[in-house]
Design a protein around this ligand. Structure first.
Ligand SMILES: [Zn+2]
Length: 258
């Protein structure tokens, strides 16, 4: 499960909220506004709303902020406020021609998380439901929608040697991985010193360059022990995206031959 950092807020509110939102879709917006969630909330109060109408707000720096609680009836899209989650991206994408990668990636991760949490499959821009240009003509909606539909994965394989440079050894092969994965760490279940590190741009010599069908043999463990002939080893692999978050996991059991 991906860990998301959603920043809790304690926003001003005028009057009380109505409860009973049953979201079956996620609607994407831009506020045509630059600034923090508290300022945006105050702006919406001044416009006559009881508080911010969106449920989540994503700043240009990628930080994720809580808006109106999802359980409350929203104020993000006419006709959809009792069955939607509104996700709003800071900026004015009728004028901002590019979206910072941090904001786009945070948006993709948040929406994937919400889709899973609320069993939602429908994700659209505001303009799909209402006569508006929102989330803006330059908003990278197609990239966002492709990103949330893409399933993150690592596919691994491997083998074992009873004698590799004089010692038993395990060979891990990274067969394939989704394109959001930039780094893979793998280790023997009970033994973190027996590990593999792959990266598409290896930062140092401990890493092996990550590409499809790459393999790496290891025969070192804790305290100079070697792997044992005839034994089984469980290898766990995790794939990390460019924000350093785990987006995919896999495992394999390898047996060292007698
Ligand atoms: Zn909108």
């Amino acid at each position: 499960m991906i860990k998301l950092k959603i920043i809790k807020t304690n926003l001003n509110r005028i009057g009380s909220l109505k409860w009973g939102n049953k979201p079956n879709k996620i609607i994407i917006h831009h506020p045509q506004f630059y600034g923090g969630v508290e300022e945006l909330n105050n702006l919406m109060i001044n416009m006559g709303y009881s508080m911010i109408g969106y449920n989540y707000y994503i700043r240009k720096d990628g930080s994720l902020w809580e808006g109106r609680l999802v359980e409350a009836i929203g104020a993000n899209c006419y006709g959809q406020n009792s069955r939607s989650i509104g996700v709003c991206f800071e900026g004015d994408y009728d004028n901002d021609r590019t979206m910072p990668k941090a904001q786009l990636n945070s948006g993709i991760e948040l929406i994937k998380y919400l889709m899973k949490k609320y069993s939602i499959e429908e994700v659209e821009g505001h303009r799909a439901y209402y006569n508006t240009s929102c989330p803006g003509r330059y908003f990278p909606l197609e990239e966002l929608l492709n990103g949330v539909k893409e399933h993150s994965y690592i596919s691994i394989d491997g083998g074992a040697y009873s004698n590799y440079k004089g010692m038993p050894a395990l060979n891990l092969i990274i067969r394939d991985y989704s394109k959001d994965i930039l780094r893979v760490f793998a280790w023997v279940d009970s033994d973190k010193k027996a590990s593999w590190a792959f990266d598409i741009k290896p930062p140092n010599s401990n890493y092996t360059r990550l590409f499809k069908n790459i393999n790496k043999v290891i025969n070192t463990r804790n305290g100079g022990f070697t792997f044992s002939k005839g034994a089984y080893y469980k290898i766990k692999a995790k794939g990390y995206n460019d924000m350093g978050r785990v987006v995919a996991e896999n495992q394999i059991v390898l047996k060292v031959l007698d």
